[in-house]
Design a binder for this molecule. Structure first.
Ligand SMILES: [Zn+2]
Length: 145
């Protein structure tokens, strides 16, 4: 009886027996490989299952929306602090950095839930990310007048 490691090695050998496949580390062609390591760069190799379509579009779209709001609050907040420190401007910026920053953290931590959600729910979440950023930027701009 073979161990799981021996079974994985046999599957890796069978996969590479008749396929041209580049080492993910150095690009060396692994066709016909017998050991579970790249002969060129010596990195350990394993056979694994990947997604045919990673569905990262919604994740990246929301990430960009939140990152723009976060970046605006952080950069304009720091600039405002040095140029004309006014409490009315700094409150929306500080709140924006905290709220959008926590939203960014949640967005990254819960990306799996977003991936499993329905198309409608994912689009709603992406729109919410942009609305959240727009709310804090608008709040700041209203105070900066
Ligand atoms: Zn390699």
């Amino acid at each position: 009886m073979s161990t799981p490691d021996e079974h994985d090695l046999a599957a890796l050998r069978a996969f590479l027996a008749e396929r041209d496949s580049a080492c993910p580390s150095c690009g060396y062609n692994l066709r016909g490989l017998q050991s579970p390591a790249c002969p060129e760069c010596n990195q350990a190799l394993k056979l694994q299952v990947g997604l045919a379509e990673p569905r990262l579009g919604h994740f990246i779209a929301g990430l960009v929306g939140l990152a723009m709001g976060f970046g605006f609050c952080l950069i304009v907040g720091l600039w405002g602090l040095f140029e004309a420190p006014r409490a009315t401007m700094l409150i929306p910026l500080a709140a924006g950095v905290i709220v959008i920053g926590l939203s960014l953290l949640a967005w990254v931590c819960w990306r799996g839930k977003l991936r499993r959600a329905s198309d409608g729910a994912r689009i709603t979440m992406v729109i919410a990310a942009y609305v959240l950023s727009a709310v804090f930027v608008s709040w700041f701009l209203a105070q900066a007048k």
